[in-house]
Design a binder for this molecule. Structure first.
Ligand code: C2E
Ligand code: MG
Ligand code: MG
Ligand code: MG
Length: 278
């Protein structure tokens, strides 16, 4: 905030703002260093399909274990990477890791679809589409094994032919999901504008489901609308049996959250899926 007297230029920034900028600069320089030092990895969180009674999908979640900063949450560093341009490299790393993993699981006879988080900023990046296609070809990936989770934000626009690209992807059998559904103010608009096959109800609704009638009514109508439009519905952040039962009763298709499992390294996924199938 600007200081009223405006005596000095330096007074323009208040303390918290200053700290935020410093943190961003630090993250940027550490990120740049760690790109080729194996500090990044991808964990996977199982998604349980209610009608099939088994885990059919997993969400790929990026992890950064920095030698200097400790573990940094993607919720903090992904937005910074979007600003400083490092997101392209990071996103390439995530796609490559996921595709390698899909091939390994395929060898083990594990049938699983992986959801990859893609931010609107990434979609707008020149080069995203071509590197995605290049990797799909290189690893010989079946489009039906992939889902894009696109975060709902204000900047989700149709610049650069995003709708056309997503529409073509959807036709190949790749799933497209609107992530964190209901958090922004443009959920309904996005549901109409973008070619999608799923929505993912945000954790904040799951949290309120059992004690807040408004949240309950909203989730109920969102599930209803999604069904009418032919979309599948996943709920995220499900932590208790009561939430699970409620969402099942409401017609939700898939459940993700600590109640099923926390995210884990890829080695854990096979054992987890097999243990559920017994
Ligand atoms: P998201 O896509 O909404 O992912 C769900 C987040 O909720 C994950 O946090 C997951 O670990 C956490 N979570 C899942 N179940 C539960 C639960 O039952 N309780 C609680 N308290 N949390 C739960 P995480 O891994 O820290 O990721 C945060 C966000 O960072 C993600 O939100 C996503 O927007 C972003 N992100 C993660 N990986 C990537 C990536 O590879 N690329 C991009 N662009 N964004 C990513
Ligand atoms: Mg997600
Ligand atoms: Mg989400
Ligand atoms: Mg979320």
């Amino acid at each position: 905030k600007a200081k009223r007297n405006g005596k000095s230029q330096l007074a323009f920034y208040d303390k918290p703002m200053d700290d935020e900028i410093k943190r961003k600069l630090l993250l940027t320089s550490e990120m740049r260093k760690s790109m080729n030092e194996k500090e990044f990895s991808v964990h996977y969180q199982p998604i349980f399909n209610i009608s099939m009674g088994k885990v059919t999908e997993a969400e790929a979640l990026l992890r950064w274990e920095s030698r200097t900063l400790g573990s940094v949450s993607p919720a903090e560093f992904v937005p910074v990477a979007e600003e400083n341009g490092l997101i392209s490299g990071i996103s390439y790393f995530v796609m490559e890791s996921v595709f390698k993993q899909l091939k390994l699981w395929e060898k083990e006879g594990i049938e699983i679809k992986v959801a990859i988080n893609i931010s609107p900023v990434q979609l707008l990046n020149r080069g995203f589409i071509s590197s995605f296609k290049e990797l799909v070809r290189k690893f010989d990936i079946d489009y039906r094994k992939i889902k894009f989770e696109i975060t709902e934000t204000q900047i989700l626009t149709d610049e650069g032919g995003i709708v056309k690209f997503l529409g073509r992807m959807l036709k190949t059998g790749l799933d497209i999901s609107l992530d964190d559904f209901g958090v922004g103010f443009s959920s309904i608009k996005n549901m109409i504008l973008f070619p999608i096959s799923e929505i993912k109800i945000d954790k904040s609704f799951t949290d309120k489901l059992l004690h807040d009638e408004k949240a309950e009514a909203i989730v109920e109508s969102v599930i209803h609308a999604a069904k009418k439009l032919g979309y599948k519905v996943t709920a995220e952040g499900v932590e208790t049996k009561r939430q699970f039962e409620k969402l099942k009763y409401m017609g939700c298709d898939k459940i993700q959250g600590y109640y099923i499992s926390k995210p884990m390294p890829p080695e854990g996924i096979i054992a987890f899926i097999r243990s559920l199938e017994l």
